[in-house]
Design a protein around this ligand. Structure first.
Ligand code: MFK
Length: 580
């Protein structure tokens, strides 16, 4: 039982004890502080200076600075103060009506307002900065996201839903939903869900059991969705099998539904419960029963998996940006702390081993950032119709590579950052453990590392796509002249060459090709990261902007690029099936 302590602080037994405690143990550790999240991000600022035309940079910087101030100040404080609140499911109203309302946390309500007002979904659709509009959008996301308690989840799905409705050319649905999904007015802005996962499969979506029935009032859906993120949305895109269709992904159809009717009543959708998850605790993830929900087919009555692919690719791009953003936040905190924390007579920021550890995280973070933003650049060019055929192919291959590579890097970086705080990193009210919990979802949702590795294989199998990827590495390395950078650029080129010859050798050996797919994908992802980092570092060197990126490139290369296992026979044998 907790002891009641009477009296005012500083008086009585408790007060005397506190005084004595102070007399004998005076040391109190300064917590880490965040400054302006934009100002404190040298790579983001260099990158924007390198890739944006000067007029665009001039136009977007004031807003990024403002968001950086919010992210490092008001929102970060709110995040810590609001640490314990979680979304709440209210299933019944006081008079017995089923309402299934989900109350988000206060920070989520604030994030929703900010996201709409700053156009975190709208920017690439308004296209004020042409093909650079995606970079503008994701720069804002990169700055703000670590202080939004994963409000990026509904934003990513909303962006993906808008993209999908536009790509599939359903004019009526696009006209109804896209202006709301991309609204800058918090009062009218919608978010969208992406309801795919069922008990039969999160990865093997083709096993979807939800049934679509044509009724006199239109299509209705029956089934259970087992893992629907951010279930506060006004609409969702979902998969269901029209009655009579064959099994498999081709027999599924993509449906649009609105979650409530004009009076605000649930549209034949019951929220069974919220999930109790390791992380993303602020994201209201639900199990849903569809009990005759009214829905509209988006693009015919088949090919559901193929039709939902634009949504998958958009959220995978977001995932990579969010991974990079989380790594940057973890580093900002760890670096600031190292300047405050004294141990063994010196600040941690003067300790060679501690610095070496943080530099290793920094190298991974810089590679992750450049890979994620290369996908963003390409997406922007495709949307603005300025991409070449080669760039379209490159985008298809880089999207799964970026998602899977950065997801793994984000978990490792968060774990290392927590360790940099010692025990404090393991204590909840520092706000630090959340970094690791929220990172752990990144390699899981939107396709696990293995599923994404298989998607990368599928993408590489299309004619011309391997060449598009190789061309990207060659392009990035072509301008590298700095001698110390050579080792890194050679490592990237060698790894790419090895991966290509492995892939060619495994062409007719499906089992070892599948067993080696993750190693192949991570090798390619890391090779592109090193190449992009070399390119960026050379740009910095040429402008007298220092050698930070060059050091990161060399270190990233030393930390390992080539993970390909050349022994196809061993790969085929796999794990020993019996104890030796
Ligand atoms: C922080 C930011 C992120 C926030 C988001 C949070 C929300 C989280 C909510 C979720 O997690 S939602 C669930 C996410 N689920 C997945 O990501 C599913 C993972 N599984 C896969 O991706 C599988 O690879 C897949 C379901 C696609 C496999 O299904 P199938 O039926 O075996 O697909 P198949 O036959 O290989 O491909 C069907 C068609 O789609 C083919 O085209 P064709 O019909 O023309 O041959 C494929 O080429 C095409 N396709 C598949 N994936 C594609 C794609 N096309 C383009 N891009 C892709 N990624």
């Amino acid at each position: 039982m907790r002891r009641q302590v009477r009296g005012r602080p500083g008086r009585g037994v408790a007060g005397r004890q506190r005084t004595a405690y102070r007399l004998h143990m005076d040391f109190l550790q300064e917590p880490p502080r965040l400054g302006n999240a934009y100002e404190a991000d040298p790579l983001l600022r260099e990158y924007l200076a390198r890739t944006l035309p000067p007029a665009v940079l001039l136009a977007v910087e004031p807003e990024l600075r403002h968001l950086g101030e919010l992210a490092g100040g008001h929102l970060a404080r709110m995040q810590i103060d609001d640490r314990l609140s979680e979304p709440r499911l209210v299933q019944w109203d006081p008079w017995g009506r089923r309402v299934d309302a989900i109350e988000p946390t206060p920070l989520w309500r604030e994030a929703a307002r900010l996201a709409a007002e700053h156009g975190l979904v709208a920017a690439p659709y308004e296209r004020r900065h042409g093909e650079h509009s995606r970079v503008h959008q994701m720069a804002m996301v990169h700055v703000l996201e670590p202080s939004m308690d994963v409000y990026s989840c509904p934003l990513a799905m909303t962006d993906g839903a808008a993209r999908t409705l536009l790509d599939l050319g359903n004019q009526e649905l696009a006209e109804r939903a896209v202006p709301r999904l991309t609204s800058r007015d918090p009062a009218t802005a919608w978010t969208s869900g992406q309801w795919m996962t069922e008990r039969a499969g999160g990865s093997d979506v083709a096993r979807t059991e939800t049934v679509a029935r044509r009724t006199p009032e239109g299509w209705r859906l029956w089934g259970t969705k087992w893992f629907t993120s951010a279930t506060t949305s006004e609409m969702a895109l979902t998969l269901a099998r029209p009655e009579g269709n064959p099994p498999g992904g081709k027999g599924l159809a993509l449906f649009y539904l609105e979650t409530r009717d004009a009076e605000g009543r649930p549209n034949g959708i019951a929220v069974n419960r919220l999930k109790d998850k390791l992380g993303t605790r602020k994201v209201p993830t639900a199990e849903l029963a569809l009990e005759g929900a009214r829905a509209v087919p988006v693009a015919g009555l088949g090919d559901g998996v193929r039709n939902i692919a634009p949504l998958l690719n958009a959220t995978r791009m977001w995932n990579a940006v969010v991974a990079a953003a989380g790594m940057r936040r973890a580093l900002q905190l760890a670096l600031d702390y190292a300047r405050r924390r004294v141990a063994f007579g010196e600040r941690l920021s003067e300790k060679p081993l501690h610095l070496d550890t943080l530099a290793s995280v920094e190298a991974e973070a810089e590679g992750a950032f450049l890979l994620a933003f290369r996908v963003v650049e390409l997406q922007g060019r495709v949307e603005a119709a300025t991409a070449t055929e080669g760039e379209r192919r490159l985008l298809r291959v880089l999207t799964p590579l970026a998602k899977l590579t950065t997801g793994k890097q984000a978990v490792a970086a968060a774990s290392e950052a927590l360790e940099a705080f010692g025990g404090a990193g393991y204590v909840e009210d520092t706000g630090l453990p959340r970094l690791l919990r929220d990172a752990q979802v990144l390699p899981i949702w939107e396709g696990t590392t293995n599923v994404l590795s298989l998607d990368a294989l599928r993408a590489l199998a299309a004619p011309g796509n391997v060449e598009a990827l190789a061309g990207e590495v060659e392009r990035a390395l072509a301008g590298v002249r700095d001698e110390p950078l050579r080792r890194a650029s050679d490592a990237a080129a060698r790894a790419l060459g090895h991966a290509r010859s492995w892939l060619a050798g495994a062409r007719d050996r499906p089992a070892p090709r599948e067993a080696g797919a993750r190693r192949l994908a991570l090798t390619l992802g890391r090779a592109v990261e090193v190449a992009l980092l070399c390119d960026h570092a050379q740009w910095c060197i040429d402008r007298g902007m220092g050698r930070r990126a060059a050091a990161a490139a060399r270190r990233l290369a030393r930390q390992g690029v080539d993970l390909v296992d050349p022994d196809l026979d061993d790969l085929e044998a796999g794990l020993p099936r019996e104890a030796p």
